[in-house]
Design a protein around this ligand. Structure first.
Ligand code: ATP
Length: 335
């Protein structure tokens, strides 16, 4: 099977000399056709630059980019079989929604009747049938983002690039759009390359995730692999909450030089014989579905996320507790 997108030793440096910024640093990545792939990383880690190089808006300073097997490293955006959805929608305010969606087809010279038919089809696909006459200002943020999606899909790109498309939406709407986007991608079978700094979004939507840090890809894997077996301590701490243990504490509690233990894997021990650690509760935070308890274990704070419905309720600050975890919950980290 031909890969949808391949990056080979791709780098992008902005500026030169002492002020040079290495935004993307020799990235190698293969995205399969039909995959929902997410680039996840903090602000400034190089995700957008990577996406812009695939879209053709920024040229790499080194390396090669292939789409569907063809080398497009230096090709202009319009000559690439990709399209991009941005966070700010970028709809034309003076045009009807139908004309907005049909616009890319007009630029390509598709006949009017055909492009309007396709625009209506796409508006129905993103669950906005019958609103073609309206203008962007008459829609909510979520609806505008759906129109932007329809416009990006109307030209049938091989790969759809999505740059934090849900970032401007409130939480409820974002969650709804997440499942809609995922369902749409499954139905169309188009490769989606999605960018976010939100770990929940990445975990819940993606077939695979690439975690970016300081211009480098630190790990590529399924959501489960990235969460359960992070390749580096950065990935451990960026994707989900983590107790990262080092030195003497790590050796004593886990037998490793450095290790990660997810807070939800820690429980209160029923008996001393069943405990891996003992300590004093330093802080308790109620989150509804779970209660976050920080326990001082010999000077190291261990965070445990306990189900809020656990019998007996959460312990209060100052109480001595014993903690239990399954040995399989411990993930050794490089020093
Ligand atoms: P965000 O989520 O904030 O968009 P990001 O992970 O997408 O962050 P990039 O926008 O790719 O990160 O930026 C990576 C680095 O490159 C940053 O240090 C940024 O300041 C720098 N950078 C990006 N574009 C340019 C540019 N046109 N000129 C100079 N530096 C740039």
């Amino acid at each position: 099977m031909t890969a949808a997108v391949q990056l080979e030793d791709v780098a992008c440096v902005f500026g030169s000399g002492a002020s040079a910024v290495r935004a993307v640093d020799r990235v190698n990545l293969t995205i399969d056709a039909g995959e929902f792939f997410t680039l996840l990383g903090p602000s400034g880690s190089g995700k957008t630059t990577c996406l812009r190089m695939i879209g053709g808006f920024t040229l790499p300073t080194a390396g090669r980019i292939r789409i569907g097997g063809a080398d497009v490293t230096l090709a202009p955006p319009y000559a690439r079989p990709v399209n991009t959805v941005f966070q700010d929608y970028a709809l034309f305010p003076h045009m009807s929604l139908r004309d907005n969606v049909a616009y890319p087809l007009m630029v390509r010279g598709v006949a009017k009747a055909e492009r309007l038919r396709r625009a209506e089809e796409l508006l129905a696909l993103v669950q906005l049938p019958g609103v073609g006459d309206r203008r962007p200002a008459q829609l909510s943020g979520g609806q505008r983002q759906r129109v932007a999606l329809a416009r990006a899909l109307v030209g049938q790109p091989q790969v759809l690039l999505l740059d934090e498309p849900l970032g401007a939406l409130d939480l409820k709407l974002r969650e709804q759009m997440q499942s809609e986007l995922k369902a749409l991608q499954r139905r169309l079978g188009i490769t989606f390359l999605f960018i976010t700094h939100d770990q929940h979004e990445a975990l819940s939507m993606s077939d695979r995730i690439g975690v970016f840090n300081a211009g480098r890809l630190e790990q590529v894997g399924t959501p489960q692999a990235v969460y359960d077996t992070p390749a580096t301590r950065f990935v451990a701490q960026f994707v989900g909450a983590a107790n990262v243990l080092d030195g003497e504490t790590a050796r004593r509690l886990t037998g490793h030089a450095a290790a990660m233990l997810r807070p939800e894997r820690i429980r209160l021990a029923g008996s001393a014989g069943n405990a891996q650690a003992a300590g004093t509760v330093a802080e308790v935070q109620y989150f509804g579905a779970f209660t976050r308890v920080k326990v001082d274990v010999g000077g190291t704070l261990l965070q445990a996320d306990l189900p809020s419905d656990a019998g007996g309720g959460a312990p209060e600050a100052g109480r001595s507790v014993q903690l239990h975890w399954d040995a399989r919950a411990v993930h050794a980290l490089g020093a």
